[in-house]
Design a binder for this molecule. Structure first.
Ligand SMILES: Nc1ncnc2c1ncn2[C@@H]1O[C@H](COP(=O)(O)OP(=O)(O)O)[C@@H](O)[C@H]1O
Ligand SMILES: [Mg+2]
Length: 278
């Protein structure tokens, strides 16, 4: 673990008091028979999976597989054509703001194109979630992610890694029990990528759950407890990375692409095909 690992997601996942006894065993997120169409094209085609409390779950698939569309339904940004999403046992169609507040959504860097300093942005986003953090608490949040010295800088003056840490901190400022990350490490340099993995790893056991999308098999193997491989909006395989390799290592489609020992990447390419997707 790097010296800087941990705090961001740990702070994002302080245990919520009270509700865990009643909810024990109930998934924090359940997606059931989800169908999403764009005109005549079916982007998500009967997708089901659920995420347990404390689980780090990877949604894997090639470009165009339906990952972002699935997340946008979970985030409440898009209405599915059919199927349902439940967060903490509450169906999203009936979702109150209280249900929405259980989601942490990592905002894209472009959402922060403003002249505000990152301390001001932190206050703004805390306020949107109804948190009234005193200045000292705001500064602590920034210091937790190694941005204590940068509080007076505008977002755009931060480095890529700093921007990523900041947007993740803001996404978890209200301590959501589930955090959604859409390709969180794309565009990061190897150091920043490792640092983010350390943070995700560091959140394990703190009670919070993470749903992340990626097409990096290395990333999936490094941090995910379970992964769902999807393609054409349909589930192709679901399980722990190691289980998936064990389960599919003799599949002729997987053997055909393996170069030596079968890896998760071989399973991924074997099941989703080797044609390049744009
Ligand atoms: N707003 C949209 N309008 C029309 N088609 C879309 C839209 N968003 C995504 N799609 C299509 O839906 C499919 C799934 O896209 P997406 O969910 O973005 O996949 P992924 O995130 O796995 O790359 C793709 O074929 C994509 O072209
Ligand atoms: Mg996407």
């Amino acid at each position: 673990m790097s010296a800087h690992s941990g705090p961001i997601l740990m702070m994002g996942f302080r245990r919520h008091g009270g509700s865990s006894v009643v909810d024990a065993g109930q998934p924090i997120l359940e997606v059931r028979d989800l169908v999403v169409r764009y005109g005549s094209q079916t982007a998500v085609d009967g997708l089901s999976f659920s995420i347990q409390r404390g689980e780090i779950f990877g949604l894997l698939g090639p470009n165009g597989a339906g990952k972002t569309t699935t997340l946008s339904v979970i985030e409440g940004l898009r209405k599915p054509d059919s199927g349902s999403v439940s967060v903490d046992g509450a169906k999203f169609a009936h979702a109150s703001l209280a249900v929405r507040a259980k989601l942490g959504v990592q905002l894209q860097a472009s959402s922060f194109q403003s002249e505000l300093t990152i301390e001001q942005l932190t206050r703004l986003y805390a306020g949107l979630y109804g948190l009234d953090l005193p200045r000292r608490a705001l500064r602590e949040r920034l210091a937790d992610v190694g941005l204590g010295q940068e509080a007076d800088k505008p977002f755009k003056k931060l480095s890529g890694g700093q921007q990523q840490r900041f947007s993740l901190m803001v996404a978890t400022i209200h301590d959501p029990p589930i955090l959604l990350l859409d390709e969180p490490t794309s565009g990061l340099d190897p150091q920043s990528r490792r640092q983010l993995w350390d943070r995700i790893e560091g959140s394990r056991g703190k009670g919070g759950s993470i749903l992340l999308t990626t097409h990096s098999m290395e990333e999936a193997q490094a941090v995910c407890d379970r992964v769902a491989i999807i393609d054409h909006g349909r589930l192709q395989a679901l399980g722990a990375p190691r289980e998936l390799v064990a389960m599919h290592r003799d599949d002729p489609r997987v053997l055909a692409v393996a170069r030596g020992d079968v890896t998760l990447e071989d399973v991924f390419i074997g099941l989703t095909g080797s044609a390049i997707r744009d």
